[in-house]
Design a protein around this ligand. Structure first.
Ligand SMILES: [Zn+2]
Ligand SMILES: [Zn+2]
Ligand SMILES: [Zn+2]
Length: 359
């Protein structure tokens, strides 16, 4: 399906539209040019606050960790109910529904509690996901899973967001491979939209939205980037970012905590494949924001929720030209030139052997 005329596509997961303008993809670029990320990082950086044995904010010293390492964010965006109360936050019982009730009409605010953590993938300062071994990435997935389980068990936590911000272009201040986990007392906007859409679809069709979507994509085939027995990576029909990927579990499952041992290993495998393809696209350490969307931890059953991850990379046509979401995109709706089919074709054609390890 190579459509050349402008059209809009409906995002079934969020209920929003994206404008696609394929005829524009060949226009010359006169816009901003980015710096490429540094090629050769040291194995250990004495100035890095994430490297083993180094000190962080206020003199806390990292242990000499050998695989993954988790710590509470030194400058957290969210506070536990206890810490929040220390600086005047409300002392309310979430189970009583107190903080859920908007009370100020036009000026509505609600308290938000939570925990934010950092997960280092490896003691090595210079290796990102595609350069780590299968076993090392499995350790990362297991760490995310254990953290999700622990945070979900807290009575004031309703949702756990695991995400990785990679590259200076995405605002990642430190190249040391790491991700973050933000656990919140309410469901944030993006998963909240997807929850409603998935619930409605299940009610109307008596099947899961993403199970049906995956099946339809497998039949068409043209947007699939890579797959293994347990996961499929594709450029979604409604993709906004040029090389956006939606990663879906092949079996219907709700969260990291419900993955089997084989699925955990399948997830590590597909993460390495996706990120190797990304790095190979422009032969640089490819920047992106990625994260898992899992079922809310609100004590309700969530038969509608299908475990998945989104990769949102900013690069458009080379290592130095990025996509901006400005103007019409801020005020109207997102727009893209390169079609999702073309993006998938390019990503699909790439090798899964990382360019740095090629001989
Ligand atoms: Zn480091
Ligand atoms: Zn499903
Ligand atoms: Zn999602």
């Amino acid at each position: 399906m190579h459509i050349e005329y402008p059209h809009r596509r409906y995002n079934q997961l969020t209920g929003e539209w994206v404008l696609v303008s394929p005829h524009r993809a060949k226009r010359p670029w006169l816009g901003q040019v980015e710096k490429t990320p540094p090629e050769n990082l040291p194995r250990y950086d004495p100035g890095c606050y994430l490297c083993p044995g180094n000190s962080r904010a206020e003199g806390v010293r990292n242990p000499n960790y050998e695989s993954t390492f988790v710590f509470d964010n030194d400058f957290p965006s969210l506070l536990t109910p206890e810490k929040s109360a220390e600086i005047g936050g409300p002392v309310e019982d979430k189970s009583a529904g107190g903080p859920n009730r908007p009370r100020n009409g036009l000026f509505t605010q609600l308290p938000e509690w939570g925990i934010t953590r950092v997960v280092c993938f490896s003691p090595r300062h210079d290796l990102s996901l595609p350069e780590l071994s299968q076993e090392e990435v499995e350790d990362v997935v297991r760490t995310w899973t254990e953290q999700t389980r622990e945070l979900c068990s807290l009575d004031y936590i309703a949702y756990v967001q695991v995400f990785e911000n990679k590259g200076a272009m995405m605002g990642a201040s430190n190249p040391h491979p790491h991700s973050q986990i933000w656990a919140t007392s309410h469901l944030p906007n993006e998963p909240a939209k997807e929850l409603e859409r998935q619930k409605t679809y299940l009610r109307e069709h008596e099947t899961c939205l993403l199970c049906d979507y995956l099946c339809a994509e497998q039949q068409q085939g043209e947007r699939i980037v890579t797959a293994n027995e347990h996961f499929t990576a594709l450029v979604p029909y409604w993709a906004t970012w040029p090389f956006e990927i939606l990663l879906l579990s092949n079996q219907h499952t709700a969260s990291l905590t419900s993955l089997t041992l084989e699925q955990t290993s399948g997830l590590a495998d597909i993460l390495r494949r996706i990120t190797a393809r990304y790095d190979n696209l422009f032969e640089i350490s490819f920047p992106y924001s990625m994260g898992f969307h899992q079922a809310p931890a609100d004590g309700e059953p969530h038969p509608e929720w299908h475990f998945h991850a989104h990769f949102y990379p900013p690069l458009l046509r080379s290592a130095t030209v990025r996509k901006f979401m400005v103007g019409f995109e801020m005020l109207g709706m997102p727009q893209r030139d390169l079609t999702p089919e073309t993006a998938a074709e390019r990503l699909h054609a790439l090798s899964e052997i990382h360019y740095k390890s090629r001989v």
